[in-house]
Design a protein around this ligand. Structure first.
Ligand SMILES: [Zn+2]
Length: 266
């Protein structure tokens, strides 16, 4: 006779693992490589790792394998404030020479909490605008970090008709979420509870939603994307499986991963 524990174990190993995609994380900051392989084994078959500065951009390219790990390169608003012109050019060069290999420019954006004064805000904006134009010219999507700055992000991306936009760690209100949906942009949901975010998720189509771990910053590992999906499923009154299927497909489609995987492995 089998014990309960054995039966339980058999049940969990027999279950078909739902394939999940982590639409935004920072794998360069994860020291133990088994954390990444464990996440893959547990179902997180796709991860988009974002660079924020020179070092993490170099690492993101190294980590990307065209199978489970895909890279986005950018200078985030915190590093944009003090980056030298020369270093910025180096990173732009890295983006251009890896344009076929990378899946997006990111993370880039505006973070008014990190900007101490008007000069810092203007510097963030100038660099952000440069990257948006670069993304359009290379036909790449953008992963945008926005803190206390979403109205400006939406007006800047609106002015230049940016087409493929992901607002990572969405923290906006219902009205902003609806504008994002109207434009065909995407919000990405982190694994952190927020009543405000739940309201926004309820008001827009599942087609405009992705799930992210933002590991190891928000979630500790990419597996935390499960929690993001649970929150999306609860808000949309969907099963975990159907929410997971929808947001995974959205992520693959948005970043054009099928074509990218082919290019990278060719
Ligand atoms: Zn991030």
């Amino acid at each position: 006779m089998e014990t309960k524990a054995v039966l339980k174990e058999r049940e969990t190993t027999d279950i078909m693992i739902t394939e999940l995609a982590d639409a935004h994380c920072h794998l360069d900051l994860i020291q133990d490589p088994s954390v990444i392989s464990d996440a893959i084994t547990a179902g997180v078959r796709t991860m988009v790792t974002n660079g924020v500065d020179t070092k993490s951009n170099v690492r993101a390219v190294e980590l990307s394998d065209g199978r489970h790990i895909f890279a986005a390169l950018g200078i985030d608003p915190e590093h944009a404030i003090n980056i030298s012109g020369e270093e910025l050019e180096f990173n732009i060069g890295m983006i251009k020479s890896n344009a076929k290999r990378i899946v997006a420019i990111g993370e880039i954006g505006l973070d008014y909490k990190k900007a101490a004064d008007l000069k810092a805000m203007e510097r963030q904006r100038a660099i952000f605008e440069g990257f948006l134009d670069l993304a359009e010219s290379l036909n790449l999507p953008v992963c945008i970090h926005s803190r206390n700055a979403l109205d400006d992000v939406l007006s800047i991306t609106g002015e230049r008709n940016s087409s493929k936009v992901q607002i990572h760690f969405f923290e906006g209100n219902v009205q902003q979420a609806k504008e994002i949906e109207r434009r065909g942009y995407m919000i990405s949901v982190p694994p952190l509870d927020s009543g405000k975010r739940t309201k926004a998720i309820k008001e827009i189509a599942i087609d405009n939603i992705m799930a992210e771990s933002d590991a190891p910053v928000a979630g500790s590992t990419p597996l935390a994307v499960r929690k993001s999906i649970e929150m999306i499923a609860a808000a949309k009154a969907m099963s975990f499986e159907s929410a997971a299927e929808a947001v995974t497909l959205n992520t693959k489609r948005f970043f054009n991963l099928h074509a990218k995987a082919g290019l990278m492995r060719a």
